[in-house]
Write a protein that binds this ligand. Structure first.
Ligand SMILES: [Zn+2]
Length: 208
């Protein structure tokens, strides 16, 4: 994981919140085609264009309090870069989160599932498919390699939300969105999802 840098700190960006960059949407035909194309690998040292794409991605993080991840194609560039974070708030509220993950870029990430730990269904959403959520089957445990912004290799084995997040974001780099391979019955509006969750919670309360 990358060390945190002062400019990456959420506090800094919350105070001087930059304008939100445009995020490409699946609902628009041309943008949908762009999102479904494969991204190309990044070379080191990072050039100015790549650095400016990374700044756009940082601005997405700065503009969404519930941020967990964004990929370069979502801000309009076919580069194999993702930016992820599992904040303390999300760690405390998501029971699949195994750890706090500081905000960091992964460049040219590759994933290898550790199949013996199986797969699970869980709900996902995406900035490129606003107002919708879907239940997606993902590997529970993933081994990843990637480069950090200095070009140093990073490796790790991650589980739970961290593993799901990497699969979702690396999917974007391969031109795949979460709803491309799920049962449409499990692709619902956020409104409907909240209804289901409220019913489930009242069901739990009634059992007490
Ligand atoms: Zn997404």
């Amino acid at each position: 994981m990358l060390p945190s840098c002062a400019l990456l700190s959420r506090g800094f960006f919350r105070f001087f919140r930059p304008p939100a960059p445009k995020i490409l949407m699946c609902s628009k035909q041309e943008e949908n085609a762009f999102l479904h194309a494969e991204s190309r690998s990044v070379t080191f040292p990072l050039d100015d264009r790549t650095q400016s794409v990374m700044n756009l991605m940082r601005n997405v993080h700065a503009n969404f309090d519930d941020f967990v991840g964004i990929s370069a194609p979502q801000v309009g560039h076919h580069l194999r870069i993702i930016l992820i974070e599992i904040s303390r708030e999300i760690y405390l509220t998501d029971n699949t989160a195994k750890e706090v993950v500081p905000l960091h870029f992964l460049i040219n990430p590759t994933l290898k599932p550790i199949k013996k730990f199986g797969k699970s269904l869980d709900w996902e959403s995406c900035y490129s498919i606003p107002d919708m959520v879907g239940e997606v089957l993902r590997y529970n445990c993933i081994e990843y390699t990637a480069y950090n912004i200095e070009g140093k290799i990073m490796k790790g084995v991650v589980r739970g939300l961290h593993a799901r997040l990497l699969q979702h974001e690396v999917g974007h780099l391969d031109g795949k969105l979460y709803n491309d391979h799920i049962n449409q019955a499990r692709f619902i509006t956020k409104e409907k999802f909240l209804e289901i969750m409220n019913q489930r919670d009242s069901g739990f309360r009634n059992k007490r």
